[in-house]
Design a protein around this ligand. Structure first.
Ligand code: SF4
Ligand code: FES
Length: 230
């Protein structure tokens, strides 16, 4: 079954079950996303993809709201732009976005200011370097949920990481904060691959940034010096 509705004043058609984001993308309409990832189940936690739907009191997250007949959707109304800008400013005030290039680009596009919420509490965390594959820096984590999902039912079925704590204290972690080698983690790297902010980073990249040479990294990994070429 197909549904027909208006998106930014243009008549569009969707297959039953398609989200507003799906339809926008099919029609070349740009809607920004952060927590959404094709490989994970959408949970609409960041709200950057909100759109205005006539008759609905609040803005709607397009990554989970399904298209319906006769909807009238505005993807870039004044209200939508203001909401996206505020979301970006809140993110910027509470976490380290220095390695989140896509989000930085959005901030520029929406004119979001770093200093909008000067009294906000920033997420602080020591870098967790406890395994040979990747480091975890949760000061850069925006709790998008992607890593937890690929570790669980969306891909790996390993369940090594999950949400911990409540409210402002919520963070991603292992059970009882155990080091990665003491969990069910198989070092598949999928969590690193879906992290949008650099909170999870390959260990090699981390060490190169710290000034280690490839030869030094090789010694750290294998315990053996690299042979000189003959
Ligand atoms: S560590 Fe990365 S992928 Fe996981 S919740 Fe935080 S930002 Fe998202
Ligand atoms: S991308 Fe839709 S809520 Fe995050």
């Amino acid at each position: 079954m197909t549904v027909t509705f208006l998106m930014d004043g243009k008549e569009v058609t969707a297959q039953d079950g398609q989200t507003l984001l799906d339809v926008a993308r099919e029609n070349g309409i740009e809607i920004p996303t952060i927590c959404f990832h094709e490989a994970t189940t959408a949970n609409a936690v960041c709200r950057i993809c909100v759109v205005e739907v006539e008759g609905m009191r609040t803005l709607q997250p397009s990554c989970i709201v399904k298209a319906a007949t006769n909807m009238k959707v505005q993807t870039r109304s004044e209200k939508v732009v203001r909401a996206r800008k505020t979301i970006l400013e809140m993110l910027s005030a509470t976490m380290d976005l220095s390695e989140a290039a896509d989000i930085q680009a959005m901030m520029k596009e929406y004119g979001a200011r770093d200093e909008r919420f000067p009294d906000a509490v920033r997420r602080e965390s020591d870098i967790k370097d406890d395994n040979p594959m990747y480091i975890r820096d949760y000061s850069k984590c925006l709790l998008c949920w992607r890593c937890v999902q690929v570790c669980a039912d969306d891909a790996q079925f390993t369940y090594a990481i999950n949400f911990e704590g409540r409210g402002y204290e919520t963070q991603i972690g292992t059970f009882f904060d155990k080091a990665i080698p003491q969990t069910t983690c198989v070092l598949c790297g999928q969590c690193v691959g879906v992290c949008p902010t650099g909170a999870l980073k390959p260990k090699r990249e981390f060490l190169l940034e710290k000034g280690k040479t490839p030869a030094e990294i090789s010694v750290m990994n294998t315990g053996r010096k690299q042979r000189k070429p003959r």
